[in-house]
Design a protein around this ligand. Sequence first.
Ligand code: PMP
Length: 416
Amino acid sequence: VAVPVPADPNPAGHGPLDVLGVPGQVNLDYAATAPCARAAADAVAELLPWYASVHRGAGALSRRCTLAYERARQQVGDFLGVRPDDHVVFTRNTTDALNLLARVLPPGGKVVTFASEHHANLLPWPVDTVRLPVPGSPGAAVRALDAALRELRRGTDGSAPILVAVTGASNVTGECWPIADLARAAHRHGARIVLDAAQLAPHAEVDISALAVDYVAVSGHKLYAPFGIGVLAGRADWLDAAPPYLAGGGATRTVGPATNDVDWADGPGRHEAGTPNLLGAVALAAVCEALTGADRPALYAREQALLAHLRTGLAATPDVVELRTFDADAPRVGIVSFVVAGRDSAQVAAELAQRWQIGLRDGLFCAHPLARRLLTEAGTRSGRPDLPPTALRASIGLGSTTRQVDRLLAALAALG
Ligand code: PMP
């Protein structure tokens, strides 16, 4: 029997950062894809009548679209705190951004990452990538990176390019990684660092300059903007030196008659061949502007209070065991993964959807090495031999309410 969702009196009230949604559906899956913010929807609606080619036409519509696209690049760059000589390349999403960076890694370049990464930050890298084991604490992560980089540099002249690839916040546990410390460790050994900010940017300020990272990757659809737009921002030199990620129109200065007679453009356009995703870029920029203009500390404090409420409720629910890498009180964003001992996670997710209209995620969350390890650890920690092999994940954001969280807690307590 379905339990009706009571009307929500729109308690978020964030103005341009209010999110669109469907009454009667409880979305607790922001970490997969966040709902669209009003700012993004309005920006798209405003531009639609002007729909015309970007970078190609001379007409007024086309000129406005070109300006809008380049202004969006500027706004997104400002939001991410880029340095004057950084590039901001529009991509499809974070996966695409990290694959682009893997492609521009200089020849002979090495990569170091952690086994706790999302597959998007595990799989694009070369096969000889050093994959460090999941650390037990943020401090252990920094020490492990330091030792690995020292080892990689041993016996070399220290000039080979090395890239450290880490997440800002785990998509499984929501736990935040010590990015500024990892960046310092990387730079101490002459390495660069890319921050996978897919999960961090929707919940906390991500500033390339302040964090002193070399590259940042984000996805629009996790930042309250539409699907199909993402960003790789950071150091220009590798991007300008490598062959284009996508070859085609817009990525060249001139093309001659011979098959190898191409003068590739530099700047971000080098890697953006083809007609770009104008609406996605403009929508993402609108959200960035709205977030910049909002009282972000207040937004994040509200979210942290809701997260604490969720975690306290889960801890008090019989048979529920949370997954975590670090201590229970380590800083985290609005994501919690858990299991219900003795219950199949896919069946629990289906019951939550069908009876309670709650949407959340079950599985191993595209982070198989981490999720499997945390499931094993959770079994040991809880002393429960009957934990299922996959987990559930609840994630919150701008439109989430106490009422929604309470509904999840009630639903879990009432599992048949
Ligand atoms: N990194 C992290 C930490 C993520 O959570 C995700 C998405 N789940 C990605 C990368 C990949 O993002 P996208 O699917 O938008 O490319």
